[in-house]
Write a protein that binds this ligand. Structure first.
Ligand code: UN1
Length: 503
């Protein structure tokens, strides 16, 4: 393992026991092998799941605000280690410094949110039709929550799920992307520190409350198949969701799916073009186009196309592609060779259907085993070919429109339904876009791009995006089970719907 990586991992409390295994970790920044990590076997995975179930049986009995204290301590560990952890995110997935730190900040934010939530797991009291009765609903812990996460948000998305699940009284078992075991190990090391402090302060926490499964598809499958896992929250491709969803449905487990996006923005005639330019630039090029919420399709009104698109091209040409930890870099590398091939294939196809490509050259920053590319604008005459699918790379397809209705219909005319936005100062257009007849996505923004959501809102989307909602608002309900309670405090037994049954 490289000395730098060792120092970074040690500073985050990752012990050498995890290192020296069969899973090879390459930094996308250089292509170098930076670590070999010990993998979890399928039988070990099953042992972890069963232990987590036992832990759940205890954890569910601990009052929610006391469970919240554990998450609060975890947030403190994250705050104390933010710099090193953010750097590890940059090393393992190639995020620029501010985005690596932002990822850890997102974890801290969800910790704070979950701590507050631990005193707000409310149910309703409902008016009943019967005298001397009360009807209410109670939210109870659900069980073991399986979390499958993707490389692009290697730790924040786990935190969205884990922090809510823990305050809801669930145990958690996590299968991170096989591309990002180091940040997963660091997360777990920091979480275990919080657990130690929690116990030292006199609180009870059962063994096995949170487990980590390092490895490939087989351990993920073990999680999806296990009947002691009533909920699997999975982030990744639509193909992964198609494989996981039916398996969960077959055993009546819940699926919380956050799958692909093919997110669009509309630039309307009244838009503030300076603001739109910055919004589009970040949403389309940020994180080298590797967010689920990345802007991939842009519909620009005819009347401003010639004013806006040349400026956008200029921004694309001037943005700095480079090593993500170098000052001034805005675009880091693609995650690996496979991502680069997908990028090239989409561009070839786009050219084949008449797309006019600006940018897209490979840039040699750190030799042949790292994949840096210049972000690309592809001007298209039609909404066809690769425009219709998600390519996880910085490619923005740009199209003209003349009628807002057509633009909204086209933005909805793809499989995915995650995020969307409109840039306009026309209140009618903005409201139409957010209305029932507007964007069909889980996220519909006005005058900001589709990416970079805050944790306070519910995150997720419709159609092939999978329908799940994570993070803020009332997403916590997915991690609990609801009981409806009817209590009779009278001396008679009136039946609902006026039924008579006198024995
Ligand atoms: C993802 O890409 O899987 O909205 C999650 C955003 C982030 C989360 C993205 N807060 O860009």
């Amino acid at each position: 393992m490289s000395a730098d990586t060792r120092i970074l991992l040690e500073s985050l409390g990752v012990t050498s026991g995890h290192i020296g295994g069969t899973l090879k970790v390459h930094s996308p920044n250089t292509g170098e092998l930076i670590a070999e990590v010990v993998e979890t076997s399928v039988s070990e995975a099953v042992t972890h799941i069963e232990a987590a179930h036992q832990a759940f049986l205890q954890w569910r009995l601990i009052p929610a605000p006391k469970r919240g204290e554990l998450v609060r301590l975890f947030g403190e560990e994250l705050r104390a280690h933010k710099d090193a952890f953010g750097k590890l995110v940059s090393v393992e997935v190639g995020k620029i410094t501010s985005e690596g730190l932002g990822e850890v900040q997102e974890m801290i934010d969800i910790c704070d949110f979950a701590v507050g939530l631990s005193r707000q797991l409310y149910g309703l009291t409902i008016a009943t039709e019967r005298a001397d009765h009360r009807m209410m609903e109670t939210w109870h812990p659900l069980g073991v929550v399986g979390i499958i996460s993707a490389f692009n948000f290697p730790v924040a998305v786990w935190a969205w799920n884990a922090c809510l699940a823990l305050v809801c009284g669930d145990a958690i078992v996590w299968k991170p992307s096989e591309k990002t075991p180091l940040t997963a190990l660091a997360t777990h090391a920091l979480f275990n520190r919080a657990l130690d402090r929690y116990k030292a302060a006199g609180y009870e926490a059962p063994e096995g409350l949170s487990a980590l499964l390092i490895g490939g598809k087989e351990v993920g499958e073990a999680l999806v198949a296990h009947d002691k896992v009533p909920l699997v929250s999975a982030t990744g491709s639509t193909a992964m969701g198609r494989a996981v969803g039916p398996k969960l449905a077959a055993r009546f487990a819940r699926a919380l799916l956050e799958l692909g996006g093919n997110n669009a923005a509309i630039i309307a005639p009244s838009a503030d073009l300076d603001l739109a330019l910055r919004g589009v630039a970040f949403a389309a090029m940020g994180t080298a186009g590797q967010r689920c919420t990345t802007l991939r399709r842009l519909f620009v009104h005819d009347s401003i196309y010639d004013a806006f698109v040349p400026r956008l091209k200029q921004a694309y040409g001037s943005v700095k592609v480079g090593h993500p930890l170098e000052e001034g870099t805005l675009i880091g590398p693609l995650i690996d060779a496979h991502a680069f091939q997908g990028f090239e294939k989409a561009l070839d196809e786009a050219r084949g259907v008449g797309g006019k490509v600006t940018g897209g050259e490979r840039v040699d920053i750190n030799g042949a085993h790292s994949y840096y590319v210049r972000p690309v604008l592809v001007e298209m005459d039609a909404h066809i070919g690769p425009v219709l699918r998600e390519t996880f790379a910085p490619i923005l397809y740009v199209m003209r429109y003349s009628d807002i209705r057509d633009a909204i219909d086209l933005q909805n005319a793809v499989g995915a339904g995650l995020s969307s936005s409109i840039f306009t100062n026309d209140v009618r257009e903005a409201e139409l876009f957010m209305s029932a007849a507007g964007s069909d996505c889980g996220i519909a923004n006005v005058n900001i791009g589709p990416s970079g959501a805050e944790i306070g809102g519910a995150f997720g989307g419709e159609k092939e995006t999978g329908g799940g909602r994570e993070s803020g608002s009332d997403s916590w309900r997915a991690y609990m089970r609801r009981a409806t309670n009817t209590i009779n405090y009278g001396r008679t037994l009136p039946l609902a719907q006026g039924v008579k049954f006198d024995v």
